[in-house]
Design a protein around this ligand. Structure first.
Ligand code: GSH
Length: 211
């Protein structure tokens, strides 16, 4: 059973979230590039790992972890020396888990519905995220006063929440409120984020090569 982490990713995908998390953790990993255009994510070998055929997918010590938010939580706990999650007995763990789960369970579907609205949306009391406006207000409250979700401590919650906010502003499903812009800028300046962006440029070049 290998201790090395394998990350299955595509440079322009949610795989970026797990990739950034790995760089923040600072442990060795190798990348398996997934080419959506060539359908490698639907190959039998990949579907055996992740029946959804989606990235990110990681394998560590023989265990598969999928879902970007779960990958962030898993890596933070597997490598506590990186200091990216409050310990189990730290009261801040509640805040950490709350916003990590909120961003994945409410933030992501709300932003997707904003850019591609449903024809017949369910009533807000039965839809998990309530309403788009409530989600945006909640997200803003999560990063205020900041500078991070846990105040002064950067954590895996910021990797996920920050990725969602950054993507949301890019696709214009989040308006660039000053708090969102300042938070995204702070995260963009992190060396781990810059390393990932450089690596992703190279991975995107690799995908363009005829193969
Ligand atoms: N719920 C998953 C969603 C992952 C996902 O949808 N990934 C997209 C890329 S952003 C993907 O792999 N799409 C390829 C496909 O579905 O064919 C997560 O949060 O990680």
């Amino acid at each position: 059973m290998s201790d090395e982490i394998t990350l299955y990713t595509h440079p322009m995908s949610r795989g970026h979230i797990a990739h950034w998390m790995l760089e923040e953790v600072g442990v060795p990993y190798r990348i398996e590039l997934i080419d959506f255009d060539r359908g490698t994510n639907k190959s039998p070998a990949f579907l055996a790992l992740n029946p959804m055929g989606k990235v990110p997918t990681i394998v560590h010590r023989g265990v598969v972890v999928t879902e970007a938010a779960a990958v962030c939580a898993y890596l933070a706990d597997a490598f506590p020396q990186a200091g990216l999650a409050p310990a189990l007995d730290d009261p801040r763990r509640g805040t950490y888990l709350r916003w990590l789960f909120f961003a994945a369970g409410c933030g992501e579907p709300a932003l997707l519905d904003k850019v591609s609205p449903r024809k017949d949306p369910p009533p807000s009391r039965s839809i998990g995220y309530g309403s788009y406006d409530e989600v945006i207000a909640a997200l803003e409250s999560a990063i205020r006063p900041g500078p991070y979700v846990l105040g002064e401590q950067f954590s895996a919650a910021d990797v996920y929440v920050g990725s969602l906010i950054g993507w949301g502003m890019m696709v214009k499903s989040i308006e660039p409120r000053p708090a969102f812009v300042a938070y995204a800028k702070r995260l963009d300046e992190r060396p781990a984020m810059q390393r990932v962006n450089q690596q992703c440029e190279k991975l995107a070049e690799q995908l363009k090569k005829p193969g």
